[in-house]
Design a protein around this ligand. Structure first.
Ligand SMILES: *Cc1c(COP(=O)(O)O)cnc(C)c1O
Length: 468
């Protein structure tokens, strides 16, 4: 961290730390680790890819604040759009009422959604207010659709091993990360898990295709064994993020799409983390040329400014709820469904994609990320370096003596914590997921910041190697 040694400013940062720990219970945190093992970073403001502390220190936000930020912090065009909207209409009930941002955003999302020529397009947008809620919406819609048709047996979901879909009980039930799930096991509905097409260690494209084919064969067998019982398959296309930034070949998505069709099962694509350019294309499904029946979007949807989720559905799913009976309607709601401020932020973010030619610029940045990451593959602590668009994952050899439950643990063990601190001392916020150090920077990251990112990563890896 580049510290400006100013007594009062350092005191201000310490004061915020103390006040915070007196009243806050932080997410995804063993609070015992604060304040000593895990330094709390009190952020005064954001500026592009920088987070600025009360002590004047600047830290590069290399995780885009939990994968939500796209165009940088405090992006003026998004901030202005929210301010304008706040002075016009801040919130209104979306049952029975309508407002321009909700309509315009739905139009814009449907126009950009993944599209297969031979399939009816995604046609309707249902708003929720965070990713987990959006996953609940998609799961409930899939089940309820069959129920409305008088088909009672299709009440199972298929999910992939290593998957993550959020923290609410329904979303946890289709997730496979023991760290988040295990303790709540008795509360969760039972899901069927098909093996992940994860290509870790596969080497080249042929190896990744072989992983995809093997996993698709297993999915076929699972769907055969449970014919007539499954209403939907839910997956994270191309990249299982929380599961350790594990990547797979688009071939799997093509086969999964065909298998869902053959078994009359809905395909739910959870692009909450990979949507909006993260994967290199606007949506990851595009790289496989497939279109899901339900598409969940959140995180980057608003450019990282406000919580919002959009679930895109086909006309056929929507039509399955049209009836004289209220019970056959989708009575799900959230108080802030389609919040005008969040929709205005999302529209401003989409406009930036066009104005700044973001996807084209990202291709240049992604090439620079590849060049910077490549040397780390030679590091003795590193097992694999992989990349998908604007995401780079540097996977370390498992740490000796740490029990491996096969899945990632955020800020796990001493090594993760030491890497986190080493990076932070170099001026970069990196949060290792278990054995995986990853880069998911805001798209506006510049060349100097990229250099800093590589330097902090080297520092973190050296730290990891020392304690290996
Ligand atoms: C973050 C995430 C979610 C949950 O979103 P929240 O807004 O944190 O509830 C769901 N699915 C995936 C793939 C995610 O990365």
């Amino acid at each position: 961290m580049e510290k400006i040694h100013d007594g009062p400013m350092i005191a201000a940062a310490d004061d915020w730390r103390a006040r915070d720990l007196a009243v806050l219970w932080h997410p995804c945190t063993q609070m015992r680790e604060h304040p000593h093992a895990l330094p709390l970073f009190p952020v005064a403001r954001g500026d592009g890819a920088w987070l600025v502390g009360h002590d004047g220190s600047q830290v590069l936000d290399a995780v885009s604040s939990w994968w939500v930020n796209l165009h940088g912090h405090a992006e003026p065009r998004i901030a202005a759009a929210i301010a304008r909207q706040a002075q016009t209409l801040e919130q209104v009930i979306l049952a029975g009422c309508s407002h321009p941002p909700a309509v315009e955003l739905a139009e814009a999302l449907l126009a950009r959604a993944p599209r297969e020529a031979a399939r009816a397009p995604l046609a309707k947008v249902f708003y929720a207010d965070n990713g987990s809620s959006g996953v609940e919406v998609a799961l409930k819609m899939a089940y309820h659709w069959f129920h409305n048709r008088g088909i009672k047996g299709r009440c199972k979901f298929v999910a992939l091993t290593g998957s993550y879909h959020g923290e609410t009980l329904g979303a946890l039930a289709v997730g496979d990360l023991p760290l988040y799930r295990k303790v709540y096991g008795p509360l969760l509905t039972e899901a069927l898990f098909a093996p992940s097409p994860d290509a870790f260690g596969a080497g080249d494209e042929a190896g990744a295709i072989a992983c995809a084919e093997r996993a698709a064969d297993a999915l076929a067998a699972l769907l055969d064994a449970h014919a007539g019982e499954v209403c939907a398959l839910i997956l994270e296309p191309l990249l299982q993020c929380a599961g350790g930034m594990r990547m797979h070949h688009p071939r799997y998505l093509q086969r999964a799409r065909a298998l869902c069709d053959a078994h009359g099962v809905f395909l739910i694509a959870d692009e909450i983390a990979v949507g909006f350019g993260r994967s290199g294309t606007l949506f990851a499904c595009e790289q496989a040329g497939i279109q899901p029946d339900l598409l969940c979007l959140s995180k980057g949807l608003t450019g990282g400014f406000l919580p919002l989720c959009a679930v895109l559905a086909t006309q056929a799913i929507y039509d399955g709820f049209l009836d004289d009976s209220r019970e056959r309607a989708f009575l799900h709601s959230h108080s802030y469904s389609g919040n005008p401020l969040a929709c205005a932020a999302a529209l401003a973010s989409l406009a930036i994609f066009d104005e700044d030619d973001v996807l084209v610029r990202n291709r240049i940045t992604a090439a620079k990320l590849a060049t910077l990451a490549a040397p780390f593959a030679q590091h003795p602590a590193v097992a694999e370096v992989r990349q998908l668009g604007m995401v780079v994952a540097i996977e370390l050899h498992p740490e000796a003596g740490i029990q491996d439950d096969g899945h990632a643990v955020e800020i796990a063990g001493r090594r993760g914590l030491r890497m986190y601190r080493a990076a932070l001392e170099t001026g970069v916020l990196l949060r290792p997921l278990g054995d995986v150090l990853y880069w998911m920077p805001p798209y506006c990251i510049d060349d100097d910041q990229l250099t800093l990112l590589a330097r902090a990563t080297a520092a973190a890896l050296n730290e990891a190697f020392q304690c290996a």
